[in-house]
Design a protein around this ligand. Sequence first.
Ligand code: GTP
Ligand code: MG
Length: 295
Amino acid sequence: MRAPRGASPRRRRDRAPYARRRAFPASRQVSPLQWSIVILDRQTRVNTNELRARLSVIADELAQRDGASPIETSQVDAVTEFIDQMQVYEGAMYEISTKLEILDSEFQVHFSHDPIHHMERRLKSIDSIIEKMRRKHLPLTVRSVRDNLFDVAGIRVICNYRDDVYSVANYLSAQSDIQVLRVKDYILNPKQNGYRSLHVIYAVPVFLSSGAHYTPVEVQFRTIAMDYWASLEHALRYKTDLPDAKLSEHSQTLLDCARSLQNVETQMQTIHRDINGAPQGLQAPVTDGSPRHLS
Ligand code: GTP
Ligand code: MG
């Protein structure tokens, strides 16, 4: 990432997910003898051994009372395996978002420039996982999810400028412990409807008591303008009660908006480069060679 010369634009960072960390501003002086409290962001989680035991008890009760067929051990195993796997996806999502926060804070410290405006992260819901597996005619097993779905853990990185998108993506991709599995540059090659974003799927090691589990995380890098556009287009796509004529009229308008936003962005990027210095030949990251075994 380049070092900007001037001050960065003021941003309105969405700090809601990071609220606890605001209690510890970097400027606060802590004497070497004084311990500072670190808040562990602990959430109530399902203990899979307890769940396994409870499911067996419930199944026995149902079988005795209603004559229901007993739940097979393999079905209980599948449920607990799924919960275990989701915990690994969550870990992978945190690993990547921490790396991104560190990159952003390095830029604040060194260059007074914040490349990331804000981030969003999510784990795919069980319903969405099942829907996608069915849509792709894949078996509903945890192994099949692991082998075929690379967007169970997802992060959206919203940057101020296109240059920031490529800088952040390239700095993250260059880190030696993670692998770039797939790159889709919809900024260089926008989709027909006008959608623009840079999608990168990473494999990141999550270290558990059983060792390192390389786990995929989909990261969508985009600018504020691209995000603004994508949110409305997404809303339109799921608005099913619109007449077809209206839908196609709005789709065409959105395509025009995508082009206008791209022009505005290019002009603002030019001004920003003049103020802060122009980066050289920014391109999307490339896929790594041989993939490590995914968890
Ligand atoms: P999925 O099966 O949907 O995951 O598609 P894919 O595996 O071919 O992935 P792709 O990288 O094309 O898109 C993944 C994600 O990017 C989607 O789930 C959306 O969040 C976002 N996305 C892709 N295309 C569009 C689009 O046209 N409009 C909007 N609003 N979002 C999009
Ligand atoms: Mg997806």
